[in-house]
Design a protein around this ligand. Structure first.
Ligand code: PLP
Length: 369
C-alpha cells in the first residue's frame, strides 16, 4: 500500500479530495494580486460549487461571488453568501420568478443582452418590490452571449437606467477561449485585444451619459494580465481555487514563479483488479472523472498513466513496465477539468496535507437550471 494514502482510510472511493492548505494559498494569492492593483475580486463559484469554499473566499476579501446559473446562486445564497452576480442571462418567467425571490434576501446582479429581457426583469422586480442590479454583457471574443462591441451596450444600459427597479451597474466582458493559452505573452496579446473591445463599449456607455462603476470579467489565465491592464474593476476567476491539469500548463508569471498556485483537487481511486502484470484497474471512470478536458493525470507518480476503461472503470499502466500496485491500494488523480469533475460529486473530503478535516457538501452540483 502507498504509505502516504493510508491517511485516507476513512474515505471510501471514488472520492473528491480537497486540500484546504492549498485552497487557502490559492485564494490568498489571487486576493493579494487583485488588492495590490486596487481591484475587487468576485470569484466564480462555478468551479467549486460549494458555499463553504465561497465563504472562505469572502472572509479573505472577495466582494461576493459569481454564479453561472441561478441554481448555483440559490445554493450559495442558502449557504450564507449575500452578494451574487449571475454571469449568464436569466431568461423566461420561471427563472425570473426565482431571481426575484432571491433578490428579497440577497443582493442580486444579473447580465443582459436583450431589450425584451430587460423589460421582463423590470416588470417582475417592480411587481415584487425588489431591486436587481444589471450589467450589460459584451461579446469580447467568446462568441456566445453578449452584444457586439460598440454603441449597443450604451443603448441597453440607458434602457436599464430608465427602469425604477433595475439599477445599471456596468458591463461584463469575459473571453474564455484565451484563458488556457499556455504562453503568457501570447495570452497577454489576446487579453489586450478582448479588453480593447470592452473599452469601446465602456466609451459608448459613458457617451450615453451613464455612470458605469463596474467592468467585470477575467478568469484564472487572464488574471496576471488583467491586474496590470486597468480595464476591469472586478475580476471573476474560478478555477484558481481548485486548479486542474489544463491550468497546470498555463504560465501565470514570466519569472521563475510561473506556476504559483497549488493543485488542491484530486480524485481518490482504489485498485479493484490486477488483470495483468503491467495493468491495474481502478474504480474511477467517466462517471467520476470528467473527460471533456482529456485524461486525468496520476498525482506524484510520473510513470503511471490513467486511461478511461468505461463508466465506472479506469486503467492504470506504467511507462516503466513494472506496476507496483495491489488490490485495495489507492492512488490520487488530478482532474483534467475541475468544473465538470466537481459537478459529479456530492461532497469534498477536505484535508490539510493528508489529514482529514471532514466532508463539505457541494450544494450546487447538478444545479444547471
Ligand atoms: C463568465 C465567466 N467568468 C469567469 C469564469 C472563470 O474562468 P476560470 O475558471 O478560467 O477562472 C468563467 C468560466 O467559465 C466564466 O464563464
Amino acid at each position: 500500500m502507498n504509505a502516504r494514502l493510508d491517511r485516507f482510510t476513512d474515505v471510501d472511493t471514488p472520492a473528491l479530495l480537497l486540500d484546504l492548505d492549498q485552497v487557502e494559498h490559492n485564494i490568498d494569492r489571487y486576493q493579494r494580486g487583485a488588492a495590490s492593483a486596487g481591484l475587487k475580486l468576485r470569484p466564480h463559484a462555478k468551479a467549486h460549487k460549494c458555499s463553504a469554499v465561497g465563504r472562505i473566499q469572502i472572509e479573505r476579501g472577495a466582494v461576493g461571488l459569481c454564479c453561472a446559473k441561478l441554481g448555483e446562486a440559490e445554493a450559495m445564497a442558502a449557504g450564507g453568501v449575500r452578494d451574487l452576480l449571475v454571469t449568464t442571462p436569466v431568461i423566461g418567467v420561471l427563472k425570473i420568478r426565482r431571481l426575484v425571490e432571491l433578490a428579497k434576501s440577497a443582493r442580486m446582479a444579473v447580465v443582459v443582452d436583450d431589450e425584451s429581457n430587460i423589460a421582463a426583469l423590470s416588470e417582475a422586480a417592480g411587481a415584487a418590490d425588489v431591486q436587481i442590479d444589471v450589467l450589460v454583457e459584451v461579446d469580447v471574443g467568446q462568441a456566445r452571449a453578449g452584444v457586439a462591441p460598440g454603441p449597443r451596450a450604451g443603448e441597453l444600459a440607458s434602457l436599464v437606467a430608465r427602469s425604477r427597479r433595475l439599477r445599471f451597474r456596468g458591463l461584463q466582458g469575459y473571453q474564455g477561449k484565451l484563458q488556457a493559452v499556455a504562453s503568457l505573452g501570447d495570452r497577454a496579446a489576446l487579453v489586450r485585444e478582448a479588453m480593447a473591445k470592452l473599452r469601446v463599449s465602456l466609451d459608448g456607455v459613458r457617451a450615453a451619459g451613464l455612470d458605469c462603476p463596474v467592468a467585470t470579467g477575467g478568469g484564472t489565465g487572464s488574471f496576471p494580465i488583467d491586474i496590470g491592464l486597468g480595464t476591469l474593476t472586478e475580476l471573476q476567476p474560478g478555477s484558481y481555487v481548485t486548479m486542474d491539469t489544463a491550468y497546470a500548463k498555463v504560465a501565470l508569471a514570466s519569472d521563475g514563479d510561473a506556476h504559483p498556485l497549488g493543485q488542491p483537487l484530486t480524485i481518490l481511486a482504489s485498485v479493484i483488479s490486477r488483470p495483468a502484470a503491467g495493468k491495474a484497474i481502478v474504480d474511477v471512470g467517466w462517471k467520476s472523472a470528467s473527460s471533456d478536458g482529456g485524461l486525468p493525470s496520476v498525482k506524484d507518480q510520473s510513470g503511471l498513466i490513467f486511461e478511461f476503461a468505461g463508466d465506472e472503470h479506469g486503467s492504470i499502466r506504467s511507462t516503466a513496465g513494472e506496476l507496483n500496485l495491489a488490490l485495495g491500494d489507492r492512488i490520487e488523480l488530478i482532474p483534467s477539468h475541475c468544473d465538470t469533475t466537481v459537478n459529479l460529486y456530492d461532497r469534498f473530503a477536505v484535508h490539510r496535507s493528508g489529514r482529514l478535516e471532514g466532508f463539505w457538501t457541494i450544494e450546487a452540483r447538478g444545479k444547471s437550471q
